[in-house]
Design a protein around this ligand. Structure first.
Ligand code: PLP
Length: 446
């Protein structure tokens, strides 16, 4: 098949005028997408693809949910925009619905345009609240593309942007499959990762540290679900030293793990929680920070020195209200948990039993990673850290040819469909992966 005339024009104009993220522009061949519905998208050749990526892990409610589309249309007909210093019904209602779902008493919401600026503002709040400057964050993490967020990031996207962002210190979190701590089980990994963090704090000077920023479940870096003891241990260290605990739930929030927020699996309450993506499935850009009473009180008498023209934009806020309401009414968060426990988890473990290229599968809800290896014994990855390989490129092509759009990072393929995915759709995707993985198996030493 070839591109339709419209799709060909889209492609040609894109290549002539559009500058893409994170890419060498001369080597791009972006797929044209022309339509989407539920868990499917259509490309410019008319192929239907099962979206196992949720775009950038953001369409938690699926594509084109009619109630969210209608809410955006209704808001557009009433009031398309409003400056942040006015009060607005869509924004007020979105803040109420979000604060009712956040853990503990994180009841005050600062709205941003997306995830990176949510992280920027959370760090700014923590620094001003504590009067300290340093921020501790994990290797194997992603926190966004803006200056502070990319420097907090623990993956190679930081390297070319690292001009010595003062005060950012990285540490290793728990990741048993590639343990930095020579651990043999989860309990040992947790204990050693916590003592490594405690030592890092002591060596950096506890009284200089404003915040620890962590993804509750690291997403792009590999979906390493921590033990409850790990996050409780981090909470304890923060309490001991007066450090602000920032949970980055930009990717893991709003149903992705089968709870509203991933940290709710572990019974831990952070001081600040960042969100974006699933809050309105990215139908209109939106992010934000949920703020504890103590930190909100810091800015009761002195002004908070930060803001955005579009903070709490009404189209984005109306989309959030409709998204959260529909997710609640339609049991979408429970569906994510159920599909993970009953279909994706067992299905992926079954694939791991049959495909030598799978080193490990791990995840929860609709948030799963397949760790691909050349050699199960040495765990040599199928692509190097920070890079890709012909094997991974062929695997992605085989997924596409079979009808699945995957999310790929280095040597991992992530299974991160919308939270609304049905059992039949999940099984359809698993069957396509089963076929495609034969391509990866051909690159193993087994
Ligand atoms: N934090 C996490 C955990 C993310 O996964 C992302 C994006 O993938 C971000 C922050 C940045 O969000 P945005 O791309 O909306 O700026």
């Amino acid at each position: 098949m070839t591109l339709s005339d419209d799709a060909a024009r889209t492609y040609e104009l894109d290549r002539r005028h559009v500058f893409h993220s994170w890419s060498a522009q001369a080597h791009l061949t972006p797929t044209v997408l022309t339509a989407a519905e539920g868990c499917y998208v259509w490309d410019g050749e008319g192929n239907r693809l099962l979206d196992f990526s949720s775009m950038m892990v953001n369409t938690n409610i699926g594509h084109q949910h009619p109630k969210v589309v209608a809410a955006i249309q209704a808001q557009a007909a009433t009031m398309c925009t409003v400056a942040p210093h006015f009060a607005n019904d869509a924004r007020s209602e979105a803040a109420r619905l979000i604060s009712e779902r956040t853990p503990g008493e994180l009841d005050t919401i600062f709205f941003t345009n997306g995830g990176a600026d949510a992280v920027e503002h959370a760090v700014r709040m923590a620094r001003l609240h504590t009067g300290r400057y340093k921020v501790l964050t994990r290797y194997r993490s992603y926190h966004g593309g803006t200056e502070t967020a990319v420097n907090l990031t623990g993956d190679p996207r930081r390297w070319p942007n690292d001009h010595g962002n003062a005060g950012v210190v990285h540490f290793f979190g728990p990741f048993l499959y590639r343990s930095e701590f020579h651990a043999h089980d989860e309990a040992q990994e947790t204990e050693r990762a916590l003592s490594h963090l405690a030592r890092t704090i002591e060596m950096e000077g506890p009284a200089t540290i404003a915040a620890i920023v962590l993804e509750s479940v690291p997403g792009t870096a590999g979906i390493m679900v921590p033990t409850p003891e790990y996050l409780r241990g981090v909470r304890e260290l923060c309490d001991r030293y007066g450090i602000v605990f920032i949970a980055d739930e930009v990717m893991s929030g709003f149903g992705r793990t089968g709870k509203w927020f991933a940290i709710q699996h572990f019974d831990v309450v952070p001081d600040l929680l960042t969100f974006a993506k699933g809050v309105n499935s990215g139908y209109v850009p939106l992010g934000g920070v949920a703020i504890s009473p103590a930190i909100a009180a810091s800015f009761a008498q002195r002004p908070y020195p930060g803001g955005l023209t579009y903070s709490g934009h009404p189209l984005a806020a109306a989309a959030a209200v409709a998204t959260i309401t529909a997710m609640h009414e339609e049991g979408i968060v429970d569906n994510a948990f159920d599909i993970g426990a009953r279909v994706l988890g067992p299905g992926l473990r079954d694939l791991a039993a049959r495909h030598p290229s799978i080193g490990e599968v791990r995840g929860i809800g609709v948030f799963w990673a397949i760790e691909l290896v050349r050699d199960r014994v040495t765990r040599e990855p199928l692509a190097p850290y920070g890079g890709t390989s012909p094997a991974m490129t062929e695997l992605v092509a085989a997924c596409r040819a079979g009808g699945v759009l995957p999310f790929v990072n280095f040597n991992r393929l992530h299974v991160v469909p919308p939270c609304v995915i049905s059992e039949a759709e999940a099984k359809e995707g698993l069957a396509i992966l089963d076929q495609a993985l034969n391509v990866a198996d051909a690159h193993t030493v087994d």
